[in-house]
Design a protein around this ligand. Structure first.
Ligand code: ZN
Length: 424
């Protein structure tokens, strides 16, 4: 297949992409094709092509469970954990039920141009039902999506009975990434130990690490420095991610200044979840009310990798969501004061290449020789993509069109407007 008249993300001009055997064979400046071309041609008329969106942080075992057995009334992270804990006891789901919910969510994300997903799975459950469900889905969905699984000890490595053993067992079962939740452990000391345990297991099994880190408005929650320092000492930074880090939004500037030097040295990745954390954080504030978001702009300015994710689709922690990362970008730019021109035109880095770096993806970018995986948005420039969140016209995977969307069409019936309005 040959894609003609493509506007490549971050690049000027129009381009033709020729695809062969699932790979990008050539990328050349757009020019009329000779009649002899012996391949299917898809003229996209200047529309914007990007590598597929990357969802770096979602909880597929939780999706579509909001309201069962009850709604999270306070909107806090801690009531969310309580609701989930009660659900584990009161709602008995089969593996097929869990897979069914997860697949619905993956289809929503697929429709919105996502082809790479990192999901956390609660392993503080001795039945491992959620983990087994995700391991099966990962294999079944591989032709359409790449899924990474984080063994996530939702109720703590030490706060939950034998959490450390369950975590190690999950890695033996096939989880790709080691998780932790230090701010939920009983004490600061247990939190530090949990970070060290996660890194030790990752080192032992050759896995990546993704820690729910300081997801709280407590300015004293400082596990990020432990994650960064320990990763640095082990030389593991590029395989380590700190998710949420919302307490950083409350740190004093003197401490943050000192911390940033370590973060840069450690070379770890950050995942910010703007919609979920705008919802969850600030719940103990009256006024002024904090935004509860990590320092996205400042991290990026310091050349530290940050990406955006969704976290939830209708679960005890967040009642809304439809899998659309473009909406996360729009909300995140507002929440992080990132509305300068360059912030806007490069914003989709946050859901493409920055996410790919976090997940350590190979052959990700649109480049000759790489897999022919990309999406086409219904716009001709980066600025309007952020402004209008256009439909994903095509999602192409290894050279095959996997998703195709016909954009909605609106008709203005001129007869009901004044003459002057109709003429403009
Ligand atoms: Zn999460």
């Amino acid at each position: 297949m040959i894609i003609t008249n493509a506007k490549l993300y971050g690049k000027k001009g129009l381009w033709n992409l020729s695809l062969r055997e699932g790979k990008i064979f050539s990328i050349t400046p757009s020019q009329p094709l000779s009649n002899q071309v012996n391949a299917a041609i898809l003229d996209i008329h200047g529309k914007l092509i990007l590598p597929p969106f990357v969802e770096p942080h979602i909880h597929l075992d939780y999706v579509l469970t909001a309201g069962t057995p009850r709604w999270n009334q306070s909107g806090t992270l801690f009531e969310g954990i309580q609701c989930w804990s009660e659900r584990k006891v009161s709602v008995k789901e089969t593996k097929a039920d869990i897979k069914n919910r997860a697949l619905q969510a993956l289809k929503m994300q697929m429709k919105h141009g996502v082809q790479h997903v990192r999901t956390h799975v609660d392993i503080t459950d001795p039945s491992f039902l959620g983990l087994e469900a995700m391991l099966e889905i990962k294999e079944e969905i591989r032709p359409w999506m790449d899924v990474q699984i984080v063994a996530f000890p939702q109720e703590g490595i030490y706060a939950y009975p034998k959490g450390d053993e369950l975590l190690e067992e999950s890695l033996n079962m096939g989880a790709d990434v080691v998780g932790a939740i230090p701010h939920y452990e009983f004490t600061r000391e247990d939190g530090v130990l949990s970070v060290k345990k996660a890194l030790e297991l990752a080192y032992k099994y050759g896995k990546m690490v993704d820690i729910h880190c300081d997801e709280i408005d407590d300015e004293q929650s400082r596990f990020l420095e432990v994650v960064a320092a320990e990763s640095y000492k082990l030389g593991m930074g590029e395989h380590v991610t700190a998710s949420h880090t919302t307490a950083m939004g409350s740190y004093n500037n003197a401490y943050a200044y000192k911390l940033f030097k370590l973060l840069k040295q450690a070379n770890i990745h950050f995942v910010s979840l703007p919609k979920a954390n705008l919802h969850l954080q600030g719940r103990f504030d009256t006024f002024p009310k904090r935004r509860g978001i990590t320092r996205v702009k400042e991290l990026l300015d310091a050349d530290i990798n940050v990406c955006f994710g969704l976290d939830s689709i209708m679960d005890p922690w967040y009642p809304l969501g439809d899998g659309n990362l473009q909406r996360v970008v729009e909300v995140g730019l507002h929440a992080c004061h990132m509305t300068g021109y360059e912030d806007i035109t490069s914003a989709y880095d946050l859901i493409t290449i920055n996410g790919a770096k976090t997940l350590n993806l190979q052959q990700y970018e649109i480049k000759e020789g790489n897999k022919a995986n990309f999406i086409v948005l219904d716009t001709d420039n980066e600025y309007d993509a952020v402004r209008c969140q256009p439909s994903v016209l095509y999602s192409v995977r290894e050279g095959k069109i996997m998703v195709e969307t016909k954009p909605a069409e609106t008709q203005m019936h001129a007869s009901i407007f004044s003459k002057q309005f109709s003429e403009n």
